[in-house]
Write a protein that binds this ligand. Structure first.
Ligand code: COA
Length: 385
């Protein structure tokens, strides 16, 4: 029985800043940000948005009357959670009108969370073939104003419905993984922004990729020739390239060129949205499926990495005819219809947030789901009717 991703949905906030304008404001050569880091636009979440509202938006794009009642598992991968106790998934139960007989919880391991969720979902559906799982990655990447990581911020969510006989991606149950205690990136509970040893993180990321790729080849007796495309966790578009480059000169030149060409298609959306943390790899998948010239039954290798650190490489196969189940036009329109804001407006939004006793005026809301108020320190959410 095939198990994998049946539906894929994406949400990113409606406001963004231009990276050249950010570079000019910060007194940096724009080429450093657009070429050296590889970003063009950065999503800016509104003050009524958080990991809950973005998760709801992405999932709302994939749930319908047919699949909703089959959901038996809901996992939200996030490192931008809003509560130390209550899971993001609990807030989604009524916002998304999910059936009560589900296991719904949140999972955290930096940018690896959604992959952990996806692998659990695979096992759940394999054991319960008539059920489906909803896996959501939702994050706001925040490093802080005028920090080196500022250019690699972003926000958004990816939702995946995992089922038997999937229409988008078959997971092959071939995977290798590793974990190590590493201080490359962390966010203590007192801080809204992350602490990162950026260059060290790059080194660990490449080391994890190299180690896992060797393990994967040894375990399954495959080489790069067995894959059409390699997808990477993409905190910024240059980062995946650092891992891919390790194959240059070690695999046939035409295969390397093909992989680089496909990689460029997989980072188009990230370049225009920024870092989604745990959703980044899956935004890369969406970007490749929407923008690439994908062959029927293409074989993919996916490299997931979460600082701290956990890494995993697994393989998958694109299902022929997936285009009918992925709303490419909607995704492209959503990205096109966003509003550019100035760097000072972004800085203003960045420093704001609802506090206890605040409510959101409906006239300020430009999305379907929003944080409506914080009352007695409890976050309350609403859906615009
Ligand atoms: N034109 C073109 N490229 C330029 C340039 C210019 N004028 N100026 C610099 N560059 C290039 C550099 O050569 C470098 O390229 P390389 O990475 O291929 O060597 C790149 O731009 C970045 O320059 P660097 O001096 O290293 O930038 P930085 O000290 O500002 O740090 C990061 C960049 C990515 C390390 C920093 O943004 C960061 O810490 N981001 C967060 C990363 C993170 O948190 N990772 C964890 C999640 S997995």
């Amino acid at each position: 029985m095939d198990v994998g991703i049946d539906r894929l949905g994406f949400y990113t906030p409606k406001k963004y800043i231009d990276i050249v304008e950010l570079a000019n404001e910060r007194g940096v050569d724009p080429d450093k940000f657009t070429i050296g880091i590889g970003q063009s636009k950065q999503a800016v979440p509104d003050i009524y948005q958080d990991a809950v509202t973005m998760a709801a938006e992405a999932a709302d794009n994939v749930l319908d009357d047919d699949n909703r009642s089959d959901i038996g598992l809901v996992i939200v991968g996030t490192e931008s959670s809003v509560d130390e106790s209550k899971a993001v998934s609990a807030f989604l139960m009524d916002l998304l009108e999910l059936p009560e007989d589900v296991r719904a919880f949140e999972i955290k391991e930096a940018c690896y969370g959604a992959t952990a969720g996806l692998q659990m979902a695979y096992n759940f559906v394999a054991m319960n073939p008539d059920k489906k799982a909803l896996v959501i990655a939702s994050d706001i990447a925040r490093y802080g104003i005028k920090t080196p990581g500022e250019v690699t911020q972003g926000a958004g969510a990816v939702a995946m419905i995992v089922s038997k006989n999937p229409h988008i991606l078959k997971l092959e149950n071939k995977s290798v993984y590793m974990s190590r205690n590493v201080g490359d990136f962390w966010r203590p509970t007192f801080s809204k922004t992350a602490f990162a040893r950026g260059k060290f993180s790059n080194e660990i990321y490449v080391d994890f990729f190299t180690t896992l790729w060797k393990k994967f080849q040894d375990k399954y007796g495959v080489t790069a020739d067995d894959f059409d495309t390699m997808l990477f966790h993409i905190p910024y578009t240059k980062m995946g390239m650092k891992a891919l480059r390790t194959l240059d000169g070690k695999i046939p030149d035409d295969k390397y060129s093909e992989l680089v060409e496909h990689y460029q298609k997989s980072v188009e959306f990230s370049r225009n949205v920024g870092n989604l943390y745990t959703g980044s790899l899956y935004l890369g998948l969406i970007s490749y499926l929407v923008n690439g010239e994908v062959k029927p039954d293409e074989k993919l290798m996916l490299f997931s990495y979460g600082s701290g650190a956990v890494g995993e490489i697994y393989s998958a196969e694109v299902v022929s005819g997936y285009e009918k189940y992925l709303d490419s036009d909607f995704i492209k329109q959503e990205l096109k219809n966003r509003q550019k804001i100035s760097v000072s407006d972004y800085e203003n939004i960045f420093s704001k947030g609802l506090v206890n006793g605040d409510t959101t005026a409906l006239s300020d809301v430009h999305d379907k789901f929003y944080l409506s108020e914080i009352k007695e320190s409890e976050r309350l959410y609403k859906k615009v009717n």
